[in-house]
Design a protein around this ligand. Sequence first.
Ligand SMILES: [Cu+2]
Length: 126
Amino acid sequence: MSKVLRVIFLVGLVLAVALVAGCSSYRAPSGGGGQSGGGTSGGTSGGTTVTEQNFAFSPQTLQVKVGDTVTFKNDDSTAHHVVFQAGNDLGEQQPGQSVTYKAVARGSFPYKCSIHPSMTGTIVVK
Ligand SMILES: [Cu+2]
């Protein structure tokens, strides 16, 4: 009897957690409207720094060489979390924090912010 109650309680708990998680991941930056493309049209550039600002990566496409270290700098007032399509997870960055990504192989490496999926970018390694 009490075992059954405990199972019911646990199921309820799991559902509540799932609900909360679902709600919080639903929240998206819907402000603005006409912000498609970002500041630098096209947005391909050299250098080794990607700035996270206004819920966008700048430049959106960064070209580097094998062996370069790319720095992602969070210049926003909210946390971002860079995750590469290939699996590299750079972790969550609080405002003002930087993380680095080492370009070890040639290719095109798309990534996005796992908190704000509309934030996407690509590192092109030559
Ligand atoms: Cu983000």
